[in-house]
Design a binder for this molecule. Structure first.
Ligand code: URA
Length: 261
């Protein structure tokens, strides 16, 4: 059934979508997924079950398009809206998951764990190695990532590292002074023992170079066997379990955004 549409809006007059494009008509199931109703597949089921209306008419055809600027979409009689503000979230990255949004092999990737249907344009801010666990940020705000990853931003990132060999006093001092890496000296790190033994260490770095922490321990003749990121700036994982994510509240994003290189 053709949908009643009150007006057509020319492309030039459409607002930016905040992701480099304009707000344009889209398939209804995509709209529902982006509005956070359900995944695209589950949204299709809602449509075929006759639970979705557009401008008051039930729409069950999977090819139907809606204009977010004009059409009123409802599920079970309740209106749903598109998210139009930038979204930033933290994921507790589990072990064995690759930091990429595009699958290159059958290995699990972080894109499988975060709500990409609901927030298109979500991308990871920095990366954790596949065997590293812990706090990984994502955002739809490209500028936030650029700011936080800028070398002059110096956001402290704290890791728990479980080492092959005990950390020696001399090794700790070298890390605190700034060890030499093959792409230039590392900035001084904060280092302390994190458990009873001398192989579990908490280390805070303010850079984000490739394999940074592992290479720093290698430079003092040791080796990281397990690496976990506990915090990023003032953010900690809190009650999140491996594989879980949560959106940041405005104050948390604002606290991160104080870095302006
Ligand atoms: N440093 C590393 O060596 N690996 C990570 O995943 C993060 C920091």
């Amino acid at each position: 059934m053709p949908m009643d549409r009150k007006k057509e809006i020319p492309y030039d007059e459409r607002p930016d979508d905040g992701r480099g494009g304009k707000v344009v008509p889209m398939r209804l199931q995509k709209y529902l997924a982006r509005a956070g109703v359900a995944s695209r597949r589950a949204s299709e089921n809602l449509m075929t079950a006759g639970r979705v209306t557009v401008n008051g008419q039930v729409v069950s055809e999977l090819g139907a398009k809606v204009d977010p600027l004009v059409d009123v979409v409802a599920v079970d009689g309740r209106q749903v809206y598109l998210e139009d503000r930038p979204v930033t979230l933290m994921l507790y990255k589990p072990e064995g998951v690759i930091t990429t949004m595009k699958a290159q092999s059958a290995r699990p990737i972080v894109a499988d764990l975060v709500p990409v249907d609901r927030y298109p344009g979500l991308y990871p801010i920095g990366r954790l190695d596949a065997d590293t666990t812990g706090l990984l940020l994502f955002s739809t705000d490209g500028q936030l990532g650029n700011r936080l990853l800028h070398p002059s931003c110096h956001v402290p990132k704290t890791y728990l590292a479980y080492l092959r060999d005990p950390l020696t006093t001399r090794g700790a001092e070298a890390l605190r002074a700034g060890v030499e890496l093959d792409d230039g000296p590392a900035q001084p790190a904060e280092v302390e023992f994190a458990g009873k033994g001398d192989r579990l260490v908490r280390i805070t770095v303010r850079e984000g170079r490739y394999h940074q922490v592992k290479r720093m321990f290698k430079a003092i003749g040791n080796r990281v066997l397990n690496l976990h990121r506990e915090s990023f700036g003032s953010l900690v994982l809190g009650d999140l379990k491996p594989g879980e994510w949560r959106e940041l509240v405005d104050d948390e994003v604002e606290a991160l955004g104080h870095c302006k290189p």
